[in-house]
Design a protein. Structure first.
Length: 445
């Protein structure tokens, strides 16, 4: 028999399932700096090493299969918040979509069986996964379990570009809190549906949550807001109301970038129970436009002539080999430092070329016109003095961490190889997307 939570804004005590390198942990600390993680769980040894390297040996994740981890041990942590990022392979659009029949979904389904039996069931939950999860039987099982236990839920589809970060990584999120706890937007206004919003046939909400942390000023470097531009974010789709009409939202419309600039140096504050905040990231009615910063704000030195002396060798250490350029010529996403978007990095970035993430060039290239010539690093067609070709490289590991909004102090143990670092970051998540959701979730009334 589970206990019934009472309205409280006590210090959150979290369990972090499928923790990876700690993206959920970083997001939690941005939303609630006083929060504690009672335990984290992951099977990947490199992820566990990296997590412990950044959060301390005492925080090292428990490397046990959750499909057989004792329910009593989970219950003993008495965590009020569960953060979960279960394996995405059963639900990816490019995969086999075996869903509940995929063995990699077993541990998550087992957690759904366990949670109703706990004396210390969490009062709040957040689940993150790929686009496609919202159409799965696993998602149906999740919602059925939550509804049976008296949780109300919110579903969202978000991408970092909605928070000013020039990175396309659309992801599904489910938030849940247990009655009698209520959502702040239901009390103060601005709620989208109420307790049954998960049953909306039009699917998840596709706009940032009412949270101070939804403002892009929290996710881009200081001094960059002035260079933000309103940019379409089609990867999250167009939201519809229940009657099929176009989504109508609040916000500053095309004044959003200017408003963000004026507010760039204001200190962030999050309270435990506050009315929902109308943020500068709210899109204009019937559009998908948000203010987005240029990629240059997230890159290391050496990506233009002005910074060449400080990091020019990155064009050699992270060069895209000529053979890979030839293979990727028709499909590669090549961006420059002035662009407002790079594609989602996967765990295979640096290993495979097609569909694993963007490359950086020193000049803009046009698909169908570029002949694939490069002038940097191994296998170059021309020398830098010839003036032909382009410089082309992979994003560095630090840059991939930057567009995931990991803090500057995040780093890897020296024994974790570059390929392993790319894989771990590709399996991670956007802190800029998750922190506002946690803030919204924990804002109880």
């Amino acid at each position: 028999m589970t206990t019934t939570p009472t309205p409280t804004n006590a210090t959150p005590r979290a369990l972090e399932f499928y923790c990876g390198v700690g993206g959920l942990h970083y997001a939690l600390l941005r939303a609630r700096p006083d929060a504690t993680v009672a335990a984290a769980f992951d099977l990947n040894p490199h992820a566990c090493d990296t997590y412990a390297f950044n959060f301390g040996d005492a925080a090292r994740p428990i490397a046990r299969n959750l499909a057989s981890y004792p329910a009593a041990s989970i219950d003993a942590h008495a965590a009020s918040l569960w953060l979960l990022s279960p394996p995405c392979q059963p639900f990816t659009r490019q995969g086999a979509k075996r869903d509940v029949d995929d063995g990699r979904a077993e541990s998550f389904l087992r957690l759904l069986d366990v949670v109703p039996t706990l004396a210390n069931a969490p009062s709040h939950l957040l689940v993150e996964n790929v686009v496609g999860f919202e159409r799965s039987e696993t998602r149906d099982a999740l919602l059925a379990t939550l509804r049976a236990m008296g949780y109300t839920t919110r579903e969202r589809m978000l991408s970092p570009r909605q928070f000013g970060v020039p990175y396309s990584r659309p992801r599904y999120f489910c938030l849940a809190k247990r009655a009698p706890l209520r959502w702040v937007d239901d009390v103060f206004g601005g709620g989208t549906a109420g307790a049954d919003d998960v049953l909306d046939a039009d699917g998840p909400t596709r706009s940032p949550p009412p949270s101070a942390l939804s403002d892009p000023k929290h996710w881009i470097p200081r001094g960059v807001v002035e260079s933000m531009e309103m940019t379409d974010v089609p990867e999250v789709g167009i939201e519809r109301t229940r009657d099929g009409g176009a989504w109508v939202g609040g916000g500053a419309g095309r004044d959003a970038a200017a408003a963000a600039a004026a507010d760039a140096d204001a200190d962030a504050t999050t309270s435990t129970t506050t009315p929902p905040t109308t943020t500068t990231t709210a899109r204009p009615p019937e559009t998908r436009a948000y203010p987005v910063a240029p990629l240059s704000s997230f890159l290391e030195h050496g990506d233009d002539d002005e910074g060449a002396d400080e990091g020019a060798d990155v064009w050699t250490t992270h060069v895209v080999p000529r053979a890979d350029v030839v293979k990727a010529l028709a499909s590669a996403d090549v961006v420059t430092r002035d662009d407002r978007k790079c594609n989602c990095f996967t765990k295979s970035y640096g290993k495979y070329v097609k569909g694993t993430g963007s490359f950086i060039s020193d000049v803009r290239v046009v698909k169908g016109e570029w002949d694939g010539r490069i002038r940097n690093g191994q296998g170059a067609d021309v020398s830098a003095d010839d003036g032909g070709g382009v410089r082309l490289r992979y994003f560095t590991e630090r840059e991939v961490a930057n567009v995931h909004s990991f803090p500057p102090e995040f780093t890897f143990p020296s024994h974790v190889t570059r390929a392993q670092r790319y894989a771990l970051l590709g399996n991670s998540l956007s802190v800029a997307c998750v922190a506002p959701l946690i803030d919204y979730l924990l804002n109880d009334v």
